[in-house]
Design a protein around this ligand. Structure first.
Ligand SMILES: CC(C)(COP(=O)(O)OP(=O)(O)OC[C@H]1O[C@@H](n2cnc3c(N)ncnc32)[C@H](O)[C@@H]1OP(=O)(O)O)[C@@H](O)C(=O)NCCC(=O)NCCS
Length: 125
């Protein structure tokens, strides 16, 4: 399956992307904050497209491009009840930093070794 991130943001600070799988809309990613070498984001995959590796591939593309743009750490906040997202992010190498009744925060230090390419543009550290 070919995964692409299609920028839909309105400028360099508006990092929103549609995820396409073999040219079909499959979900979206929004980067909420990007500063000081770190960023956080949310991701959602259409129910009919889940458990096919779409989120894993899309996040791999996002991380590779953000790493190239100078970011070193990715953060994500997940509700404690969201077993799918917790499993996804732990499988991707995220480590839990904090947890309270509302959110689990996980972090991943981005590898500089990824060779994946994406169509994203206009990233600023
Ligand atoms: C969480 C979400 C993004 C995962 O997307 P996805 O494309 O299905 O994820 P992947 O197919 O890449 O899954 C990778 C791994 O994550 C884990 N995983 C994903 N969904 C899972 C589920 N429902 N239950 C348990 N583990 C799950 C598995 O380890 C999976 O690998 P496997 O399929 O080989 O077992 C998707 O379920 C979703 O959009 N949920 C609603 C929105 C949301 O909760 N977003 C996250 C907020 S940050």
């Amino acid at each position: 399956m070919s995964i692409a991130l299609v920028p839909i943001g309105q400028g360099p600070d508006d990092l929103r992307f549609f995820i396409q799988a073999d040219g079909i809309h499959a979900g979206g990613i929004t980067v909420h904050s990007a500063k000081g070498g770190s960023f956080s984001y949310g991701i959602a995959i259409a129910p009919s497209m889940r458990r096919r590796g779409v989120a894993s591939a899309a996040l791999s593309l996002l991380f590779a491009q953000m790493r190239k743009a100078g970011y070193a750490r990715a953060f994500v906040q997940v509700t404690p009840q969201n077993a799918a997202s917790l499993a996804l992010h732990r499988k991707l190498g995220f480590v839990q930093t904090t947890e309270d009744a509302h959110a689990v925060t996980l972090v991943k230090v981005l590898s500089s070794g990824s060779s994946q390419q994406t169509k994203m543009t206009s990233l600023q550290p």
